[in-house]
Design a protein around this ligand. Structure first.
Ligand code: ATP
Ligand code: MG
Length: 264
């Protein structure tokens, strides 16, 4: 079944027939989509439809049973351990970013950045230069500088956690960024900073997969495509009009598709 579906070698991220089981429960049946450099795909879907599962499976969640295929620039993502996926340029912003007690935020980010640089054959970033970049990034994102010297996310407010995810996004400059409800918890200034950062990074070629429930943000992001995840498949693929009709009518009103959309 999966073998019959051709991958799209030209797409930066190409997902075909992705199936995910968690604790023997099938969460995703067969997900197909692609995103290219500079594109932004929005994934919508009811609570529990599997959007976070999709993002976590692509990032390499260790306890998921995953089948099908996912390629990043032709590299077989599913065959790679989680850290190799990150080094290949995949970034995931968590729906609920976890605390990492005892690990200083700026050291965490610098270590991750240096690991990515090493995989590209680049030298370690100078600690002083890094601090300058991190402080500049934090300022642009409205994150108090003191957050850099605290343990990762420990005691951070909901919005501060999301801004800290955005700081990592801005410093890592990934090839593909999966943002899982990045807008939840952000205030209006945070949403504005988010939209500006995404636009600037798209112009530099980063591809985005953005999970969101909110039309206002989705409209501001000017997505390339909007996908609806339903019953473990991409049930619909469209443009902003799809996001608008979902917002107006709700997921329950959306007709179940006869078949999953292939090659969304
Ligand atoms: N570890 C787990 N064990 C059992 N079921 C799980 C596990 N993780 C996720 N699930 C189930 O998988 C389904 C999809 O969850 P997921 O978090 O991907 O949904 P979602 O689309 O991101 O929802 P939301 O919009 O609420 O964030 C849910 O029914 C959830 O309960
Ligand atoms: Mg979720």
């Amino acid at each position: 079944m999966n073998q019959a579906k051709k991958t799209s070698p030209e797409a930066l991220l190409s997902v075909r027939g992705l199936r995910v089981d968690i604790a023997s429960k099938r969460i995703l049946r067969s997900v197909d989509f692609h995103v290219d450099a500079g594109e932004l795909v929005v994934v919508m879907g009811a609570n529990g439809s599997g959007k976070s599962t999709l993002a976590l499976a692509l990032a390499g969640h260790p306890r998921y049973e995953v089948a099908g295929s996912a390629h990043l620039d032709g590299q077989d993502l599913l065959a790679m351990p989680v850290e190799a996926r990150a080094r290949a340029g995949l970034f995931l912003s968590f729906q609920a970013p976890p605390d990492i007690p005892g690990v200083k935020n700026n050291l965490f980010i610098r270590t991750a950045l240096n690991s990515q640089r090493a995989s590209r054959g680049e030298p370690e970033i100078d600690a002083f230069d890094f601090l300058g970049q991190a402080k500049g990034g934090a300022k642009r994102l409205g994150l108090p500088e003191t957050m850099l010297s605290r343990p990762v996310n420990e005691g951070f407010s909901g919005g501060e956690r999301k801004r800290n995810e955005l700081l990592q996004l801005s410093l890592f400059k990934p090839r593909v960024a999966l943002l899982d409800e990045i807008d939840s918890g952000l205030d209006v200034d945070g949403v504005r900073a988010l939209v500006e950062l995404i636009a600037a990074m798209r112009a530099e070629g980063t591809a985005f997969v953005v999970v969101s429930h909110y039309l206002h943000l989705i409209e501001m992001l000017q997505p390339t495509r909007v996908l609806r995840l339903h019953e473990g498949c991409i049930a619909e693929s469209g443009d902003l009009q799809l996001a608008r009709s979902i917002t107006e009518q709700g997921f329950a009103a959306a007709a179940a598709p006869a078949a999953a959309v292939a090659g969304a």
